[in-house]
Design a protein around this ligand. Structure first.
Ligand code: ADP
Ligand code: MG
Length: 689
């Protein structure tokens, strides 16, 4: 009998090992796929005369002067001459050993960024060693790293990873590549990108247009498509109640009772949803439509399909104000048809809440509207079949899962309808949202006059106030949104309070309200009520103006310090007006820094708001400016973002991956699984939400 092996000593990791884990570099393959950010060329010696401003150059030269100066601050100044020109090297931190190595007459090899200037060429803190010795054979990779992890350590770790990782192909043979020139083998592409030969164009490497990069981007995009498609197919194996359309049911009755007819787009998406609901497979559909496109009524109609079939529906909204508005609107539409609507919000009185909980549990309430309160543990549905999430990007994965778990029936899942007013640009929809079915309302209800947007300097604020007066005279209402001050909520508030006082003074006899995030909920509601009922002329608010708030009589929106907002946010705010038939306007006030001018990008962004009212176009420009990370927000908490592929420049590669993924899953399931595992490791869990 073998002796029992002694307990293994607890592994203690060194600081760089911990740093590797922090970077997500746990497996050999993770290291192999950790590609350089850029390269340094240590393969040749450049003559100073030939070095271009801004280049990182490696030179060999003789020190002709070495001295410490104290002005403007203590520094070591070393002058070198390589026969073609001279260069001054500056060191702000230095040791006696520096002075020794850089003594007059020494021959050194130095590498640093060359700057030109009045005094001739300079290099700031170049790295240096004695001249001579071998030159590197390949470009030197520079990797993204974290504190405590030196480039040299990381480079060695990557080489080890490259040598040990399984780099065999996972892509099926004989597939068509997006580029006719054919593609590199994965192993070759990785070897090359980590250690490119010096004859290659640095530009093609750095802008990632080189063939080897293309190969890696294809791989990455394919992994994303495969994992999303897998999640979707797994979901398709689940069961949900089939909600069959009844021609003489509540659906038709609600349609007939509405004070308006549906737009073509609403009809189309209504049909798409109805088809999904009629199946035994849980729907997982994203409904996107610009602000004011009428998503609420589409959700209400979907709810009627559930109720007609004898099931319950829940509608969750991100804020109390929005939930309250939905509740009021839905009660107005549905109670005349005999459909009981319950609501749940955090600030509700205990007694009312108890009543609501009972209505929900007994099934008497067919529709439940509310905030996060809906997903709390003690909320029991009798038979939830459809869950609608409004402004879905404001919710996280956990909240969506919690809502889904409210389905009581064994082994079943509710249908999910997720709504968003932030249009998702096509490439994003095809990549990060590829596991969802998407419906788009691409048409506004008729009779809306487009919103006129103006960009106005804060110096002309008084003219804007005059304009408000005119709007009020016509019986209209006005929103005034105060600037976003990211560093300080308190400053936000001071500013809003001041504006509120100024406007109250400038507009005697007009009720001017103030809304900010620190107000007690009841007070917020009271203010919102006065505004909704038309008694309040002007509503000053910090950015709490809720996405989705609907007051058709409001026709002017003023946004202060508009240059501080994101484009999509501006578009959403602007969408609060232009909801009625009256001509509406949006004034984007911009502040200029003391004596300065608005930056060119800021101007360009504000100009985009003037040029287009199209939410898709704005979202596209926003994506361009901010990148997908911020755009995705809560949906992707913890999700791996694309590292290499760029949705803008690599859209054609995305198309390619999208076409290949289903084929590969069908014909080469094992390869597909290996591919996902290689690229995403354990990171694809989030997709299940
Ligand atoms: P959003 O898509 O931004 O959530 P809402 O659902 O709040 O938009 O709708 C905006 C306004 O348009 C509401 O007052 C709604 O009742 C109204 N509305 C919706 N559909 C139509 C339609 N087909 N014709 C006229 N008005 C409509
Ligand atoms: Mg809405």
């Amino acid at each position: 009998m073998p002796a029992p092996s002694p307990p293994k000593p607890a592994k203690t990791l060194s600081a760089p090992q911990k740093a590797l884990i922090k970077l997500g570099l746990k497996r050999d393959i993770d290291l192999a796929l950790h590609l350089p950010l850029r390269y340094e060329d240590e393969t040749r010696i450049v003559k100073l005369r030939d070095a271009r401003e801004g280049d990182v150059a490696q030179i060999e030269a003789t020190v002709t002067a070495c001295e410490i100066t104290l002005r403007p601050r203590r520094q070591l100044l070393v002058t070198v001459d390589d026969g073609s020109d001279t260069c001054v090297m500056r060191f702000f931190s230095f040791y006696p050993s520096h002075q020794k190595a850089l003594a007059v007459g020494s021959r050194i090899r130095a590498r640093g960024e060359v700057k030109g200037g009045f005094m001739g060429l300079t290099m700031m803190h170049p790295s240096f060693k004695a001249a001579g010795g071998n030159l590197a054979e390949a470009l030197t990779p520079v990797y993204s790293t974290v504190a405590g992890l030196a480039q040299a350590y990381l480079r060695r770790a990557v080489i080890t990873g490259l040598n040990h990782a399984d780099l065999s192909e996972t892509l099926p043979q004989g597939i068509d590549w997006p580029d006719r020139r054919g593609s590199w083998a994965l192993r070759d592409a990785l070897q090359f990108l980590h250690h490119p030969t010096p004859d290659v164009s640095l530009a093609a490497l750095e802008d990632r247009s080189h063939q080897a990069w293309i190969r890696l981007k294809c791989e990455e995009l394919l992994a994303q498509q495969l994992s999303q498609l897998t999640a979707k197919r797994e979901r398709d194996l689940l069961r949900a109640p089939a909600l069959k359309f009844k021609p003489d049911g509540l659906y038709g009755q609600l349609l007939a009772a509405l004070p308006f007819g549906l737009t073509n787009a609403q009809q189309r998406v209504g049909h798409e949803i109805a088809q999904d609901l009629a199946r035994h497979v849980p729907m997982h559909r994203l409904l996107q439509g610009d602000v004011g496109s009428g998503k609420t009524v589409v959700a209400a109609l979907a709810a009627m399909l559930a109720v007609d079939a004898g099931w319950q529906c829940a509608l969750m909204a991100p804020t109390e104000i929005l939930a309250t508005q939905h509740f009021a609107k839905l009660v107005g539409w549905l109670e005349p048809l005999g459909v009981k609507v319950a609501w749940l919000i955090g600030s509700q009185k205990k007694k009312e809440r108890a009543t609501m909980l009972a209505l929900i549990e007994s099934g008497e309430a067919a529709l439940v509207v509310g905030t996060h309160a809906v997903i709390q543990e003690h909320v029991k549905f009798k038979n939830l079949a459809l869950a609608v999430i409004d402004e879905q990007h404001r919710f996280g994965v956990a909240q969506r899962l919690a809502l889904r778990s409210k389905m009581q029936a064994e082994g079943m899942e509710p249908h999910m309808l997720m709504m968003t007013a932030t249009p998702i640009p096509r490439t994003l929809a095809m990549s990060y949202y590829a596991d969802l079915d998407v419906s788009v309302i691409d048409e506004l209800p008729p009779g809306r006059t487009p919103i006129l947007t103006r960009v106005v300097s804060d110096h002309r604020r008084h003219e804007v106030v005059e304009r408000i007066g005119a709007q009020l005279q016509e019986g209209r209402q006005v929103y005034w949104v105060c600037p976003l001050i990211e560093e300080s909520e308190a400053l936000d508030l001071t500013n809003a309070t001041q504006t509120h006082a100024d406007l109250s003074e400038a507009l005697p006899g007009v009720m001017v309200g103030l809304l900010h995030s620190r107000m007690p909920v009841a007070e917020k509601k009271a203010v919102m009520d006065l505004f909704t009922r038309g008694q309040m002329g002007v509503l000053v608010s910090t950015t709490v103006i809720e996405v989705g708030v609907d007051v058709p009589n409001a026709s002017l929106m003023v946004i202060e310090h508009a240059e501080r907002f994101g484009l999509s946010q501006l578009h959403q705010l602007r969408g609060r007006v232009g909801r009625g038939a009256a001509a509406s306007a949006c004034v984007l006030l911009y502040g200029t820094p003391e004596g300065g001018r608005l930056s060119e990008t800021a101007r360009e962004r504000l100009r985009a708001m003037v040029e287009t009212n199209d939410g898709f176009e704005i979202a596209r420009r926003d994506l361009e400016i901010r990148g997908p990370g911020e755009f995705l927000g809560a949906r992707q908490s913890g999700a791996p973002l694309l590292r290499f592929a760029d949705l803008d420049t690599d859209a054609h590669l995305l198309e390619w991956a999208r076409a290949l993924a289903p084929q590969m899953l069908d014909q080469h399931p094992q390869l597909a699984e290996r591919h996902i595992h290689r690229w995403l490791g354990g990171k694809s869990e989030y997709l299940k939400a």
